[in-house]
Design a protein around this ligand. Structure first.
Ligand code: GLN
Length: 483
């Protein structure tokens, strides 16, 4: 039963082949048995899950239906869950029980989804390896000596290991797409404003966006349907109708114009990944797509701009964790200043502290114009590059990451080496565009992802292309040995 996708689960529940309660019990037992190898969960919510599963079964017995009614999922541990620890992977919030549900959590619960637990993540979503968590590193099910990617690494590892069919993640610079690529999943970062950020603990507010991680595009469509939509509680949420994503899956790709940016194939890209990306292009050509080389001339400036803007926003967002209002407080503070200093010094890990310092520096008087303002101008140039490209093509295709997963600890002493792994993903966040990563093959037994980017609100187009690709390839069906 653990091999079933969300779509198969929906059919099985509708046909009364099994109940949500039975399925939930199977998956909870599987998590108990296998997760000690992966460390993909921070908290399990068995009681809540069984209550929700029984309620979903009762709703189905009363004639209700719905793709998520009775479907087991998990939430990245930065979505607030009422009465349940919401740690953000940090000692700072180890004791924090959210007083309310994030909009995403509430919407999915209302649709009948069953929450099995809260997944591990990089501390405050800062990272690309899921090694900065206070709760320890997450392991990649494809090779337990390797990282699963981050920061939604717990969600990715759990879904890839078939502990559950799908989970939520968030993507500020790639944290849905990059772990999806490194664990052989399909992951979608929606258009900025498509999914409410209310109750999603903020890292960099102008970049953060929640989205689905699953094994197939079909399942991402189902989960996104439950997450997306206008929310008056989030002033950046956009009041646009949500299309039927599952209905968009089956369109033909005949005549679809795919742009492949020449800047993507530079020296930093592993040539074996380049070859797999070219293979995926050929596959899509067979399905009727037309390929065109394009240029994104300002791409080289994306990493420096992102690593000014994201830390700047983080330094502001994380100022609320002061030992007074939320979370960790140091022992026996001597005075107010000592309370602030030690609570933050002891509560935040080294990567979070590094980002707060970089961000505060970039925003300080005298440096604001030189760093923050400059980075914002680069951001506009990057967006303009995409707007120009999307005049000529419908989709942009390239690698999700320049390298496959790396060994645990390999980039720990060199944060910039890890930052460089974000080179293909962060531009979509800077521009606010939707992006999807899907399985495209393997290098040394480790998964590789291909990334698709689309114009604003064209999530349906991304899902359509990915679904058609998945109907004609079997990379996404491969299962890691031992799981
Ligand atoms: N790796 C990037 C960072 O560390 C992206 C993280 C994310 O998307 N949350 O900022």
């Amino acid at each position: 039963m653990h091999q079933l996708t969300l779509a198969e689960i929906a059919r099985g529940l509708a046909d009364k082949k099994f109940s949500s309660e039975e399925l939930t019990k199977v998956l909870l037992a599987r998590i108990a048995q296998l997760d000690p190898q992966l460390n993909s969960f921070i908290s399990l919510t068995e009681d809540l899950a069984l209550t929700q599963a029984k309620a979903a079964d009762a709703r189905r017995a009363n004639g209700e239906s719905g793709a998520l009614l009775g479907a087991p999922i998990a939430h990245k541990d930065l979505f607030c869950t009422q009465g349940i620890r919401t740690s953000c992977g940090s000692k700072m919030l180890d004791n924090f029980k959210a007083p309310y549900d994030a909009t995403v959590v509430a919407k999915l619960a209302a649709a009948g989804a069953v929450t099995l637990g809260k997944t591990n993540m990089d501390e405050f979503a800062m990272g690309s390896a899921n090694e900065s968590s206070y709760y320890g590193a997450v392991k990649n099910p494809w090779n337990l000596d390797y990282v699963p990617g981050g920061s939604s690494g717990g969600s990715a590892a759990a879904v890839a290991a078939r502990l559950l069919p799908a989970a939520t993640g968030t993507d500020t610079g790639g944290s849905i797409r990059q772990p999806a690529a490194l664990t052989n999943l399909t992951g979608l970062k929606p258009t900025y404003g498509r999914v409410s950020r209310w109750g999603m603990i903020a890292y960099a507010s102008s970049l953060d966006q929640g989205g689905p991680l699953a094994r197939t595009a079909e399942d991402c469509a189902i989960l996104l349907q439950g997450m997306a939509g206008f929310d008056p509680n989030d002033s950046t949420s956009i009041d646009e109708p949500v299309p039927d994503y599952s209905a968009s899956l089956n369109g033909s790709l005949q005549g679809l114009r795919i742009g492949v940016p020449k800047e993507y194939f530079s020296a930093g890209l592993d040539p074996r990944i380049a070859e797999l990306i070219h293979n995926s292009v050929k596959e899509l050509e067979k399905l009727g797509a037309v390929i065109k080389e394009i240029s994104l001339p300002n791409m080289q400036h994306a990493i420096p701009a992102y690593y000014v803007i994201a830390p700047a926003e983080a330094s502001s967002n994380l100022s609320r964790f002061d030992g007074v209002r939320f979370g960790y407080r140091c022992e026996d503070p001597k005075n107010l200043e000592d309370l602030y200093k030690r609570s933050r010094g002891e509560g935040f890990g080294p990567e979070v502290q590094r980002r707060i310092m970089v961000g505060a520096y970039a925003l300080s008087a005298g440096y604001y114009d030189a760093y923050y303002l400059k980075a914002q101008k680069i951001r506009r140039l990057i967006k303009n590059d995409f707007m120009t490209a999307f005049n000529e093509v419908d989709i942009i295709l390239g690698p999700t990451t320049p390298n496959p997963a790396w060994k645990l600890g390999a980039k720990n002493s060199d944060p910039v080496a890890a930052y460089l792994e974000d080179v293909y993903t962060i531009t979509a966040n800077l521009a606010g565009l939707p992006g999807l990563s899907m399985p495209a093959g393997f290098v040394d037994g480790l998964p590789v992802g291909v990334q698709l980017l689309a114009p604003y609100f064209q999530e349906g187009r991304l899902l359509n292309v990915a679904h058609q690709y998945q109907l004609n390839t079997d990379w996404h069906t491969r299962t890691p040995t031992g799981f």
